[in-house]
Each structure stands twice: as C-alpha cells, then as structure tokens.
Design a protein around this ligand. Structure first.
Ligand code: GLY
Length: 308
C-alpha cells in the first residue's frame, strides 16, 4: 500500500508523477522530492521556488523542510538565496547528525559543496510583483500578508511503510530579509513519524508556530486519532487559542497522512484545495468550511478556478 498527499491545486501535477513512482515501487523520499521539485521549477506558482514572492529588498529568499519518518531526522534551509531546488538541499541535510538546518549564505555554500545547481530565482514576474507592491507601500496602501496560498507540503508513504514529509515556500510576501516562517521548522510546518503518520501546514507561519501544529496532529494520531480527526482537532485547538485571545482564526490549513494510508485535511479558509494519490490514482480534493462544519471531498479543477 502507498499513498501521498499535497497542499493546494499546484501540487497535483507533481503528485501525479510521484504517485506513479510509488506505484512502480520507488521510495517515499524520491516521490516527495519529485512532487515538490515540480512546483519549485514552475514559475507559474508564485509562492514556491523559481519566480517566487520576493522579500522587501527584492530578493527571493526560500525556506524548505524535510523529515524522515523512520529516523526522525530533519533537514532544512532558511532564507536561502539562489538554490534552484531548496527541497533537495533540505533532503540532503536531513542525513546529517549535526548542522542539519542552515540559513542564508550557509545554505547556499552547502548547496555548492553538495553539487546542487544554483539559479537566480528572480523572474521578470517576481520582480514586477515586487515593484508593484513596493509602489503600493510608498503610496501608503496598507500591506496585507499574501493570503492566497503559500507552502507546497507533501507527505508520502511507500509500499515498505517508509514515510517522509517535505515543505517548500518563499513565505510571506515582502517579508523582512531574514524572516523565517514555519515551513523549515520541525513540529510547526511539518512532522513525520512513520509509526503513526505525518502532517504539514500552510498559512501564516507566525500563527502556525504558536500551536506547533504539525507535531500536534501527529501526536493525536499517536493517541489513536485518524488523519482526518487529527487535522480537525489540532486546528480546532489553534483556533480556540485565537478566540480566547480575541483574535480572528487567521488563514491556516493542515494536511495529514496516517501510517495506514488514511488522508486528512482541515482549514480555517472557506476553501482549501489539496491533492491525494493512492492505488486509486491521483486527484484533487477540497476542504470547505460550511455552516454545517468542515466538508471534505473530491473536487473538479473547474470548481477551483482562481485558487492555486
Ligand atoms: N507558511 C509559510 C510562511 O509563513 O512562511
């Protein structure tokens, strides 16, 4: 049995390729890396990888995280510039006993020493988005965090029971250079323990960190919750905290995959698309917030127009 899950509609293409790899007996790590690289390499996805959302100084500074569910080792890069595929660096760093989380220049130097390709990650599109937003700031239009979508998160389970979770993002649009979100932070942006399952989060990192959301979801699976129950309960806990403090629920979504191949998703948004892959194929799903509660189900791409 094998299964894979990824955040947002943008993960579908890579997830489809990754599912086919799992179906041919490839391991979870190769499948997760493939799924995430597919998003990183596509400049149409403006919050991940090549052509992603710049920081205030116009640089594209990327975060990525990786966790091996067998060894519980983690790897990650933070505020990394010029890395063609941050997820490859995060995966390689995950094999290390020390120095497994590198920031800025250190991440770039590691990529060079590991023979990973570098690239100027700015595109004309990313620079135009940056100029426009800086102009709006100069015109004193209020700056709102980029709210559409952000991190590509993928969790995979292979036929040998191995599990991996990976994340990649440029994080908050016009972030201060050096700002780090939840995505490279184990427990917040991702967590994976192959005995129970994996979880990963997307949304405003500063909110996600407050609940160590991904660890919380895996912890609930360890105590017997299904992947769906774990997502709903973990996110409810964070929303309850927001409410208690008089804050709104923010924009946070969570996915999970159990060690038995069960899928889960929850969101504070009206609509959160995600993709799943299994022996049944790869397809899009959506979590919808309705007056009756959270509704989860398959979604046709045309139902998700305008949402990545
Ligand atoms: N969730 C991505 C970030 O806040 O950076």
């Amino acid at each position: 049995m094998y299964a894979i899950i990824g955040t947002w509609k943008m993960s579908l293409q890579g997830l489809t390729e990754a599912r086919d790899m799992l179906a041919c007996g490839r391991n979870a790590a190769d499948a997760v890396e493939r799924a995430i690289m597919c998003v990183e390499d596509n400049p149409a996805y403006v919050s991940v990888g090549y052509g992603a959302l710049p920081a205030r100084d116009g640089r594209v500074l990327l975060d990525a995280g990786w966790m091996d569910g067998q060894t519980l080792r983690v790897g990650g890069v933070m505020a990394a510039e010029n890395l063609r595929n941050p997820i490859r660096a995060a995966r390689l760093l995950c094999g290390r006993e020390t120095n497994c989380l590198l920031a800025g220049r250190g991440a770039e130097q590691f990529a060079v020493s590991a023979g990973l390709p570098l690239r100027d990650m700015r595109t004309q599109g990313s620079q135009a988005r940056w100029r426009e937003a800086m102009q709006a700031l100069a015109d004193e239009e209020p700056l709102t965090a980029y709210r559409g979508h952000d991190t590509v998160c993928v969790i995979g389970l292979d036929a040998q029971g191995r599990m991996v979770a990976g994340t990649s993002t440029s994080g908050l649009f016009l972030k201060e250079p050096g700002r780090v979100g939840d995505s490279p932070l184990v427990g917040s942006g991702f967590y994976c323990d192959a005995r129970y399952g994996g979880a990963a989060a997307t949304g405003l990192g500063e909110d996600i960190m407050r609940g160590c959301l991904s660890y919380e979801a895996v912890s609930l699976m360890r105590r017997g919750a299904s992947a769906q129950e774990a997502c709903e309960e973990a996110l409810r806990g964070l929303s309850d905290t927001h409410r208690r403090l008089g804050e709104d629920a923010g924009s946070v979504s969570l996915i999970a995959l159990s060690a038995q191949g069960g899928f889960g998703a929850a969101t504070t948004l009206p609509l959160f698309p995600f993709a799943v892959g299994s022996a049944q194929g790869a397809y899009l799903c959506a979590a919808r917030t309705t007056p009756q509660g959270l509704a989860i189900g398959p979604a046709a791409p045309e139902e998700l127009d305008g949402v990545d």
